[in-house]
Design a protein around this ligand. Structure first.
Ligand SMILES: [Zn+2]
Length: 211
């Protein structure tokens, strides 16, 4: 118990001292119902209050955009279940929920389907603007005191590609970076960044809510 308190105190201290905070949200954040999500993102918002942060998430439920977190500091490259695209990808247009009452593409008449990576022809325009914001923000973290919070990322291909691998690379190349990898199942840290990273084997949502 005492050890756990030390971890949370040190984490809060590191966030206070960081110039930039990069947050990655994995599958542990994608299985929450509305109420749970609201509570979890509120806790995350308290932790990041006043910081220069950016959040990259693999979730597609869009709940994070309903939270108090700054939408300009969030990117969700796997898409959003509440946005719609043409199944045939005849256009790069994206529609919001209810915007097209009959659910058919106004251009070709094909079904509109959720704009996520699960679409056969995923229209990436839905997230690309925020993704560009993210990559330019990330470029500005070089040689800055960067704290990286990787929360609940497992080993699925999308979690590896969007969160785990790029985060490891970022921490490796930034001499002032430090990372927490918090995950109930996969908190292991590779040798390359062992000196700069701490592993916490715990559900990351519960961990953040306790801070
Ligand atoms: Zn169409």
């Amino acid at each position: 118990m005492e050890e756990k308190n030390n971890i949370t105190e040190e984490l809060a201290e590191r966030i206070r001292g960081a110039e930039k905070v990069l947050v990655g949200l994995g599958a542990e954040w994608g299985t929450l119902d509305r109420t749970e999500a609201a509570r979890a993102y509120k806790a995350l918002g308290r932790l990041l209050d006043g910081k220069d942060y950016f959040i990259v998430t693999v979730s597609v439920d869009g709940e994070i955009l309903q939270s108090g977190l700054d939408g300009k500091r969030i990117t969700a490259p796997c898409g959003n279940l509440h946005w719609f695209q043409c199944r045939e990808a005849c256009t790069k247009d994206i529609w919001e929920e209810g915007e097209v009452p009959d659910g058919k593409c106004p251009h070709c008449g094909a079904d509109l389907i959720p704009n996520t990576v699960d679409a056969e022809h995923y229209i990436e325009e839905g997230y690309l603007i925020s993704w560009r914001e993210y990559t330019s923000w990330l470029a500005r973290t070089l040689n800055r005191r960067l704290e990286v919070l990787e929360l609940g990322a497992g080993m699925s291909m999308r979690e590896l590609q969007v969160v785990r691998w790029p985060f490891e690379k970022t921490v490796f190349f930034n001499n002032k970076a430090h990372m927490y990898r918090i995950s109930k199942e996969f908190p292991q840290i590779s040798d390359e960044i062992r000196e700069k990273a701490l592993s916490v084997r715990e559900n990351s949502v519960e961990f953040v809510e306790k801070l």
